[in-house]
Design a protein around this ligand. Structure first.
Ligand code: HSE
Length: 311
């Protein structure tokens, strides 16, 4: 049995425009790292957090990583174990890229590996959802499931939980731009209307089914024309600077589709190749710069592995 481990878990693009809370995919970078080792004293402690500018709690009951590790240890009946955790944030917080999810998943993958893989990655999803509940008030799975499983994931149902890995075209790339304005997921969820018009619901479920079909069929046009959100985007886009200008530019530069990543403010485009993705991030960053908004950009194929052991 290992005594310590270092793990990386990837960022994720939740919703994939039309699939609020039910669709997500993982990217290769950015992501977070967790270093974990056993200690003599029972209980879970956070010994260090870097890269968060002091924004994340060290209290093990409030931090999503330690809280979900505690749930895991409770579940397997090992409250006698002592665990010390270092969290190294390597991605922006409140960016819409599944920041809390990447940390939580890295922690759960670390403890489960130290415990000789008692559970499968899929079985870790409910524990990671507890972390999301702590972070934003609701245990949605569309970040944690793809971060744990890699690839594109559909949450077909929450009660009971039914998580399905989807096939996808392997040359698909994501072009992601994070305009540096803070949008906490909790706030971005509270602003959404809880009631929808049947007419809009019909449009939305047609698009979710269309996107899933497009992924199966490797039909880029179908994927693109299904990346339409009539329920959430009209409200949330208000929080994102130059959102509609960015969409027009991304589409002009060859995007298959474009939208908000998770709860924003990051935006993403899907492309058929890496160069187009770079052209898009460069253009969008240029557009934001003109209105004095700093941004970060990431280009990645869809991540196929989920979390990995670094050391
Ligand atoms: N489905 C979640 C939301 C993802 O849109 O609030 C949060 O990243």
């Amino acid at each position: 049995m290992r005594a310590s481990i270092k793990v990386f878990a990837p960022a994720t693009v939740a919703n994939v425009v039309c699939g609020y809370d039910v669709l997500g995919f993982a990217v290769n970078a950015p992501g977070d790292e967790v270093v974990m080792h056993f200690t003599d004293k029972p209980g879970v402690v956070i010994s260090k957090i870097t890269g968060d500018e002091g924004r994340l709690p060290l209290d093990p009951f409030k931090n999503t990583v330690s809280a979900s590790v505690q749930h895991y240890l409770q579940h397997i009946g090992r409250n006698d174990i002592g665990v010390s955790i270092e969290l190294h944030k390597k991605m922006p917080i409140g960016s819409g890229l599944g920041s809390s999810s990447a940390s939580t998943v890295a922690g759960l993958f670390a403890i489960n590996t130290l415990m000789d893989n008692l559970l499968t990655n899929k079985e870790l999803v409910p524990f990671a959802m507890k972390g999301e509940e702590l972070a934003c008030g609701y245990g949605h799975a569309d970040n944690v499931a793809p971060a744990l499983l890699g690839g594109f994931v559909l949450i077909r149902s929450y009660e009971p939980l039914d998580v399905i890995s989807l096939p996808f075209p392997e040359d698909l790339y994501a072009a992601i731009v994070y305009p540096e304005v803070d949008v906490p997921t909790k706030d971005a969820r509270q602003m959404i209307r809880s009631k929808v018009l049947l007419k809009n619901a019909v449009t939305q479920w047609g698009n979710v089914a269309g996107l899933v079909s497009g992924l199966f069929l490797k039909d880029y046009d179908l994927i693109g024309r299904s990346m339409v959100d009539v329920l959430i985007e009209p409200t949330r886009s208000i929080l994102i600077p130059e959102f509609y200008q960015m969409r027009a530019l991304a589409m002009e530069k060859g995007a298959i589709g474009f939208g908000i990543s998770g709860s924003g403010p990051s935006v993403f485009a899907l492309t058929k190749d890496e160069q187009t993705a770079h052209n898009i991030t460069e253009s969008l960053q240029g557009l934001l710069k003109k209105v004095n908004i700093n941004s970060l950009a990431y280009v990645s194929p869809v991540n196929q592995r989920g979390p990995i052991i670094l050391d």
